[in-house]
Design a protein around this ligand. Sequence first.
Ligand code: PHB
Length: 396
Amino acid sequence: MSKPVDSQRRAWIAAAACMLAAGGLPSPVLAAEPIKVGVVLEMSGPFADIGRQILNGARAYMKAHGDVVAGRKIELIVKDTTGMAPEVAKRQAQELLTINEVDFLAGFGLTPNALSVAPLATEAKKPMIVMNAATTIISSRSPYIARVSMTLPQVTAPLATWALANGIKQVYTLVADYGPGIDAETQFKKTFTAGGGQIVGSVRTPANSPDFGPALRHIKDEKPQAVFIFLPQGGQPVAFMKGFAERELDKAGIKLIATGDVTEDSLIEAMGNAPLGVVTTHHYSVAHDSAENREFLKAYAEIGPGRPNFMAVGGWDGMAAIYQVVAKLGGKMDGDRAMEVLKGMKIDSPRGPLTIDPATRDPVQTVYVRRVEKLKDGKLYNVEFDQVPNFKDPGK
Ligand code: PHB
């Protein structure tokens, strides 16, 4: 029996003979190193649904568009932060930069994870593509950050405006007690009170594993006209909706309004009929009618089970941004030149048109006003009925 090294050598000679017979030397495409994208995501723990959605969105983009750009293969290297764990995220990003020598950092479902990595992107001069984390300050923490998702003030302000125009004058706010929740609460109060609305109470619930029982009891006693909420996508909105219906706040005449994180497309299926009629504002709905969204939904169906949501769109658009950078730089990576390409970049997103603001590196996009309805297939959807086009983050 021949040794493995002999069989390897034979395989190499056979491959070389084939290439010579085909009339060429190995092409630079095969010789070039891959472009490495270090993806830092919440793949396990209580926020695992966020990581799964973002990664599936990124993979769907690569499946639909191929994995070679400007002659360079695009490779994802995925690290699992295991949850809201800024120290873990930081260590993983450090490893990706120093051991794997990645060309891009990407991912980041949760704000604390993105914030801890920002200084490393600056130090390494590597572009950091934020695919979800949505607290407004994130992009100001490094000139190497570009965000393709949203900011909470951006998706919240239009809801306060809608509420005022639709006879809602008194609101109680409930938000998760960390960056994006505080941003949502601050912006809601600002826009709502500036238009003559009154905030009758506010509560912040723990960022991790909250119990909504006491807050729901209190709000029911207070009887506000409406409750505005922001909770991070995942188990928390499901638990809140269940509590809201069980404690019959809806029957007590209390309306629920929220950012689209709460009625997002994938877990809404686990909420029964409780979200029916809830009005939210957000940048993406699976029910959005466009050729780009149909292409996205088709590609996603080939990758992951269940419906995609706005997180998956963040993963998809983040890869669209990376592909555009690699193409524009002709496959020759340079962090500063990459940032110049990202500033002002336009993406035909499944959500609608998206531009990366050259000044803030945050998304400028349409924010839609939607209502949860049951469509002909018997399933719940966020049906868009109004919109604010080209809307910038008002939180800056
Ligand atoms: C965030 O941590 O920035 C975050 C997480 C989940 C969301 C929105 C924002 O749905």
